[in-house]
Unconditional design. Sequence first.
Length: 263
Amino acid sequence: MRRDDDFGTTLRTLRHRLTPGEAGLRASLPAVRRVPGLRRDELAGIAGVSEEHLKRLEQGRRRPSPDVVDALARALRLTSPEHDRLRMLAGFAAAPEPDGLVPREITETARRMLDRLTEVAVCVCDATWTVLAANKLWHAEVCSVPEAGRGRNVVWRAFTDAGPSVFEAPERLDGFRATVVAELREAAHRYPADAELSSMIADLRARSAEFAQLWDAPPARAGHADRLRVPSPDHGHLYLDLDVLTLNPGDLRVVVYTARGAS
């Protein structure tokens, strides 16, 4: 299937799932509608494009511009990940943030998760994997990071820290590094005006040949490491399962560590 066909199919699916009320339209007659969700003319009117142009987009006979994709995303009330996927299907990079700067504020949702998840170790990172906040268990059992500086950034530590690895096997560390470099590259596209992000990437390229090689290679994801081995003064080692949740708005990463057992 061609990429444009994928875009058109996705666009129709998104149009069908949104009701007129959710799109901010008044109810109109007839009360029983022929199509689920929005009609083509309704979406075209909200997005500011012609109905014929929208029809050709859905049929894969026309390639959209970035501005049209963004207008459709706003009209369809898409989340940030959904918006990025629609741009990808149209052949464009993820949409940059309006000011091009990495959000570095803890949102109310993230703060609530930190306050409520007290029986597992949790930290919250921004889109560049800099730790913004963490609960007591994370500080006690997982990692100790400085109050400020690049030592709080997971990617920086992964490529510059000479300390012992917390990964059970070398391939787990390799997979983790490939994944965070891919995510850092995506963040650089979304936040092109962020000076600290650009500076850190340049310094990582200069300090780590492995980082430079991964940065210049085709994007590849191996998934986040799913199990770590962390030294523990009480148990010898803790084996921790790791799960990563993405929060929007805020483009934050909530990292949850759950203990499997001790050795």
